[in-house]
Design a protein around this ligand. Structure first.
Ligand SMILES: NC(=O)c1ccc[n+]([C@@H]2O[C@H](COP(=O)([O-])OP(=O)(O)OC[C@H]3O[C@@H](n4cnc5c(N)ncnc54)[C@H](OP(=O)(O)O)[C@@H]3O)[C@@H](O)[C@H]2O)c1
Length: 301
């Protein structure tokens, strides 16, 4: 493929939109934006207008694109691939999906129709109200050779970086990505709850006050690595302070459980002082399980 191939995007969601904009910006013709039969066409129409394309309903799609990206939720991917089999003569076409957890084999229905298939997953977060360019984003790629070559070329053309992944490693690879963004957000949402229990007015106020320490932490992590970016009572071996945290977190059992899980992980992977005493403090029974145990003893009396 010397000239730039025509692209179809199936699913005008968070990733599909970012991908369509990036490929359009890199002068790839976007021939169609396909939306699902039961879905609303509004977002697909807006995106199509932005990237000089046409929005088409899946059941009516006659895909002319050379490369089709299926940007749908993982749970709909196999069904979507089956639904698309009749939308084109797939011989010589390329079908790609951006799932980090699923292998390219998920596109087997299209491979059976003659398409070369691959998975190309951007290790990046895309949410509705942020428009993230793909520049510098690492893409994990695996699949049939012609599809891998096409994916690598598109990745390079949008300023991103391709690397190979083995299909059998994808679930763990994606779990790694989960730690880097969605679970990090889950941790920050938990931190907001703790802030409010400590008298901070609202999650928004907690977020505003946390941002400077969060940003500095990420800068330190990027510059020095995890061990040298690690501060606080664990690295200092301040066992009494950890006990105080655990005591105070008794009224927020989920936050306490998250604290203990992360602190135990830190003891296994990061430099800490008084490791043994800290292990003992973290093992000590939580107020809620102590109450449950007391209740069970009382019920047997
Ligand atoms: N968002 C990220 O940060 C990110 C990062 C890396 C990889 N990915 C991957 O990108 C893919 C899409 O994720 P997303 O976050 O962009 O999801 P999303 O924002 O929920 O968008 C999914 C889109 O697919 C459409 N859709 C659902 N089922 C369909 C079907 N059967 N046929 C056609 N269209 C269908 C949805 O339409 P409706 O709106 O009508 O439901 C929606 O437009 C997933 O494989 C995900 O793993 C996402």
């Amino acid at each position: 493929m010397a000239a730039k191939p025509r692209i179809a995007i199936v699913g005008a969601g968070n990733l599909g939109s970012a991908l369509a904009r990036a490929l359009h910006g890199a002068s790839y013709p976007i021939s169609e934006i396909v939306y699902r039969n039961a879905g609303s066409p509004q977002r697909a129409r807006r995106l199509a207008a932005e990237v000089g394309s046409a929005a088409v309903r899946l059941s009516q799609a006659r895909v002319v694109a050379d490369v089709v990206w299926l940007c749908v939720p993982d749970s709909n991917l196999a069904l979507c691939a089956r639904q698309l089999t009749k939308a084109a003569d797939w011989r010589g076409k390329i079908a790609l999906h951006p799932s980090g957890a699923l292998p390219s084999d998920e596109l087997q229905p299209l491979r059976r129709c003659g398409a070369a298939v691959a998975a190309a997953h951007p290790l990046m977060t895309f949410v509705r109200h942020s428009s993230r360019s793909l520049a510098g984003v690492p893409f994990a790629i695996e699949g049939d050779s012609p599809a891998v070559r096409a994916a690598r070329r598109m990745v390079r053309d949008v300023g991103a970086e391709a690397f190979s992944i083995r299909p059998r490693d994808k679930a763990l690879y994606h779990a790694w990505g989960a730690f880097a963004s969605p679970l990090l957000i889950a941790l920050l949402a938990t931190a907001e709850r703790v802030a409010m229990a400590a008298g901070v007015r609202s999650p928004a106020a907690a977020r505003k006050r946390m941002l400077p320490i969060l940003e500095q932490t990420l800068r330190n992590y990027g510059a020095f690595g995890s061990a040298d970016a690690f501060s606080g009572p664990l690295v200092r071996g301040d066992v009494a302070t950890v006990r105080r945290h655990l005591q105070a977190l008794g009224k927020l059992p989920r936050a306490r459980a998250a604290y203990i899980a992360l602190a135990q992980s830190a003891l296994a992977t990061l430099p800490v002082r008084h490791r043994h005493e800290l292990e003992e403090a973290l093992k000590s029974i939580s107020p809620s399980s102590r109450r449950a145990r007391q209740d069970s003893i009382l019920s047997k009396m």
